[in-house]
Design a protein around this ligand. Structure first.
Ligand SMILES: [Fe+2]
Ligand SMILES: [Fe+2]
Length: 189
């Protein structure tokens, strides 16, 4: 089944208490929903995949993705949602290769939204609303900045998508801008 947003959120909150992880989930959800529009695909489904992609990470970090697969199967979630979530751990904790647009997008923007979040916190406005692609590009190249966000994974994802890096940056920023308040990136603007 494809859950409603409320059902997915309820599941997220059942397994997650960390504000940082919940914020991350909402940021990935926002970016995914924008990318669905970019591809003319199912915005709701992309959002659910984004919201739940790290469902198991707080309670089962050593079983990341595997435990989510188990939980979502128990809840009768559709196979394409489960597969997409598994594929964000490709080469890290799963061998499920991202194939669809939805999967490749999730793989790419997971770490990328982490860099954008860190960058927003640094800015005087604390906001994504006035963030420019150029600033993100600069910080992306600065390997010391938000070094926990793996540039190799992002580059690998961009290559899978077959898009220009600046397009990926710009569209992902747009997604976060569209839901800035909801994903904690409105700042003082
Ligand atoms: Fe993850
Ligand atoms: Fe994540």
């Amino acid at each position: 089944m494809l859950p409603t947003k409320e059902e997915a959120l309820e599941l997220l909150l059942k397994y997650n208490e960390s504000d940082a992880l919940i914020k991350h989930a909402k940021q990935v959800e926002a970016a995914m929903m924008h990318w669905a529009k970019y591809y003319g695909e199912d915005e709701h489904k992309y959002g659910i995949v984004g919201l739940l992609h790290d469902l198991d990470y707080e309670k089962y970090p050593d079983l990341h993705c595997q435990k989510t697969e188990e939980i979502l199967k128990e809840n009768d979630y559709d196979e394409d949602i489960i597969r997409a979530i598994m594929s964000h751990g490709y080469g890290i904790c799963t061998d499920v290769e991202p194939i669809t647009n939805m999967e490749k997008t999730l793989f790419t923007i997971d770490e990328l939204t982490g860099i954008i979040n860190a960058l927003c916190l640094l800015r005087p406005s604390h906001s994504v609303l006035d963030l420019k692609t150029k600033s993100l590009s600069k910080k992306f190249k600065d390997k010391k900045f938000a070094e926990g966000c793996d540039r190799n994974i992002i580059n690998k994802g961009i290559e899978m998508l077959g898009l220009d890096r600046n397009v990926v940056f710009e569209e992902t920023i747009k997604g976060l801008q569209e839901r800035a308040e909801e994903c904690g990136l409105k700042g003082e603007l």
